[in-house]
Every structure is written in structure tokens, then in C-alpha cells.
Design a protein around this ligand. Structure first.
Ligand code: PLP
Length: 378
């Protein structure tokens, strides 16, 4: 039940899809298109304009001859959006996570990482020579014990996902920042599943939890809520960003972001800075799905996040139920080991601002039917 196959989409990304070899009008509940900007007409227009004006690509890394005015403008906009001093672009957030730890930390330092952090954080930490501590998921007692042990090192960095992508739960950033203050540590958050829609103005988990001035470093993606094309970034203090431009290997040794991609992300940020209406509309849709599914008898992990994991336990059950949901016109995906721990298979549903109430109700009805058929519901 763990073999993964890919479904082929024959239309744009959006709440309604056409799949190759049949299925039209498929309701899509598994993209990270949280704000529905992936196919937003203004985002597409901005990409076309950037493509025409600045070309297909730079055929160069940034420091040789790959920096255009739009790259600098986007970095400035990202920093302004997050209320940070500066930002640096990468081809992906995977690259941003791969590049930061090695550039920042030495063998004299320590990094303390939540055990359920994203694979790219884990890989980034593997690449650095700092002393490594892995604390139990969101367990502040364990983090404190590890911080005490790490006092012997020169510098301490606590690294956590802001919102965890497999469980839809949100890191206790207030408590993490308090501990970081007490034990003189820096805080790093990965905001891939928060940027653009968590917090009153969509700034992320640091805004949601009131610690924008306490979190030192943010890594996030342009490939999810912010237009969905591709790209990632680090934003934080200017000296840190200056250091990354000198030392971060995925930045130094990989091509610049293509202009069309820069155009998409830049327009997505403009839309979000003009109004918080899209971000707000998603919260109500998430609430509708979570409460109706819970009432139907399902266990939904996490809280108030548009990632709504329907917990099933068995890998094969998750795969078979997802397949049967597609037979009913609902595209969802089962997740099993090694993406999630053994015995914790689930179907991860993701809500988007562009789902209608009717779309959500259709999804809940299909889950209820399929859940009864396969014995996941009584
Ligand atoms: N961090 C988290 C928490 C993610 O979910 C992802 C994407 O799956 C990444 C990093 C990598 O982002 P990107 O797709 O920009 O490489």
C-alpha cells in the first residue's frame, strides 16, 4: 500500500481539474494552493509580462551575471512583507533549507530540531557540522533539557516548522521564543505552510502567535500559497543574508530564478499586501470542513489549519479510500510510511480559499460514503 503513482493533470492548477485519460470537473483537495493564486489572472499576466521583458532565464548564477532588477525588487518585497531587514532568493525552499545551516553554524555550535521537521530541514542539518539535538515533537520540556545541555556550545539555533505539513499542527512559537530567550538561542522557522494565510494579515505563524520580533530567521516557499510557481527564500537580519550570499552553496552554485517565476511571486505578494480578504476567507472554509468531518465521525489532526489530515492508521486503507474518492470525483491523496510514521497513514485534505461551500460539502459527503464502505466509519 505504500507504492506511489502520479496522476496526470491536463488543466491548470485549481479547485476543479481535468485529469488525463478522462475525469473532468474533478474537485481538487490536495494542492498547496491555499489562496487559489496559482491560476489567478493577475498572477499569470505578471508572469507573461516578466517573461517578455526579462526573457526566459538568466543562464547564470546570481553572482556571476544572474541578478536582474526584478530579483532585487522581489527580495525587498519579501523582507517588507515579513517585516525583516533583507531577503535572499533560492530556486526552492528545499534549497534555502539545504543552504542555511552549513553557512551559519560551525562545529562549535548547536542546532536543536523538532523530530517532525520537514525532510529539507533534516537534510540541511545533516550537511552542517554543528552539534545536533533532536527534541520530541513540540515538547517544550524536552527542548528545555536539550537547551540546557547545549549551553556548552558557542551558539544555539532552534529550528522548527511553523506549521507541520503532515499534521496541520502549529509550533508553540511563544514558548519556543521564551526558552530561546532564557537560554540565549536563535529561532529559525520554516513557514512553507503558513506564509500568506496564517495570522491576521497572512504573515505567518510568527504573526499568528505574536512573536514577529522574536523569531530571527524565516525560510519559506514561493511554490505554495504565493502563486505556486517555484522558488524559496530566507528572510532575516541583513548581516545573515549578506553571509548567505557569500557562503550558501545552493545560492552560489545554482541558476537564478526565472523571470516569469519572479513575476508570479511578486504579484502574489502585491495582492496580499493590498488586502487580507483572501487569507481571511480561507479560515471560514477550513472551519466548515473540519467541523463537518468531525461530526461525521472522522478524526482530523491539527487545529484551525487548512491542512486537514483524515487519520486512518492503515496504509492500504488510506490508498484504497483515496482511489475510491477519485471515483466519486474528489482528488485526495493517501500518505503513508516513510512520508509519515508507520501506522499513522492518513488522507491529507487541503482547503483553498477558492473552494466553494458546495465543494466542501461534496467532499465531506464522499468521505462519509467511502469511509462507511471501507469500514473507517461505523
Ligand atoms: N519545507 C516544508 C515544510 C515543505 O512542506 C516544503 C515542500 O514540500 C519545503 C520546505 C520545500 O519547499 P519547495 O517546494 O519550495 O522546495
Amino acid at each position: 500500500g505504500t507504492w506511489k503513482s502520479e496522476r496526470i493533470i491536463a488543466s491548470r492548477q485549481g479547485p476543479h481539474l481535468r485529469l488525463e485519460g478522462g475525469g473532468t470537473g474533478i474537485l481538487n483537495f490536495c494542492a498547496n494552493n491555499y489562496l487559489g493564486l496559482s491560476s489567478h489572472p493577475e498572477v499569470i499576466r505578471a508572469a507573461v509580462e516578466a517573461l517578455e521583458k526579462f526573457g526566459a532565464g538568466l543562464s547564470s548564477v546570481r553572482f556571476i551575471c544572474g541578478t536582474q532588477s526584478i530579483h532585487k525588487d522581489l527580495e525587498e518585497k519579501i523582507a517588507r512583507f515579513h517585516q525583516r531587514e533583507d531577503a535572499i532568493l533560492y530556486a526552492s525552499c528545499f534549497d534555502a533549507n539545504a543552504g542555511i545551516f552549513e553557512a551559519l553554524l560551525t562545529p562549535e555550535d548547536a542546532v536543536l530540531s523538532d523530530e517532525l521537521n520537514h525532510a529539507s530541514i533534516i537534510d540541511g542539518i545533516r550537511l552542517c557540522k554543528a552539534n545536533k539535538y533532536r527534541y520530541k515533537h513540540m515538547d517544550m520540556q524536552d527542548l528545555e533539557a536539550k537547551l540546557q545541555d547545549a549551553q556548552k556550545h558557542r551558539l544555539r539555533l532552534v529550528a522548527t516548522d511553523g506549521a507541520f505539513s503532515m499534521d496541520g499542527d502549529i509550533a508553540p512559537l511563544k514558548e519556543i521564543c521564551q526558552l530561546a530567550q532564557k537560554y540565549d538561542a536563535l529561532v529559525f522557522i520554516d513557514e512553507c505552510h503558513a506564509t500568506g494565510f496564517l495570522g491576521p494579515n497572512g504573515r505567518g505563524t510568527d504573526e499568528l502567535l505574536g512573536v514577529m520580533d522574536k523569531v530571527t530567521i524565516i525560510n519559506s516557499t514561493l511554490g505554495k500559497a504565493l502563486g505556486g510557481a517555484a522558488g524559496g527564500y530566507t528572510t532575516g537580519p541583513k548581516p545573515l543574508i549578506d553571509l548567505l550570499r557569500q557562503r550558501s552553496r545552493p545560492y552560489l552554485f545554482s541558476n537564478s530564478l526565472p523571470p516569469a517565476v519572479v513575476g508570479c511571486a511578486s504579484k502574489a505578494l502585491d495582492l496580499l499586501m493590498e488586502s487580507n480578504a483572501i487569507a481571511q476567507s480561507m479560515a471560514a472554509k477550513t472551519q466548515r470542513f473540519r467541523s463537518k468531518m468531525t461530526a461525521a465521525g472522522f478524526t482530523i489532526s491539527g487545529k484551525d489549519h487548512p491542512i486537514c489530515p483524515v487519520m486512518l492508521g492503515d496504509a492500504r486503507l488510506a490508498a484504497v479510500m483515496a482511489e475510491d474518492m477519485l471515483n466519486r470525483g474528489i482528488y485526495v491523496i493517501g500518505f503513508s510510511y516513510p512520508v509519515v510514521p508507520k501506522g499513522k497513514a492518513r488522507i491529507r485534505v487541503q482547503i483553498s480559499a477558492v473552494h466553494s461551500d458546495e465543494d466542501i460539502d461534496r467532499c465531506v459527503e464522499a468521505f462519509t460514503e467511502v469511509g462507511r464502505k471501507h469500514g473507517a466509519l461505523p
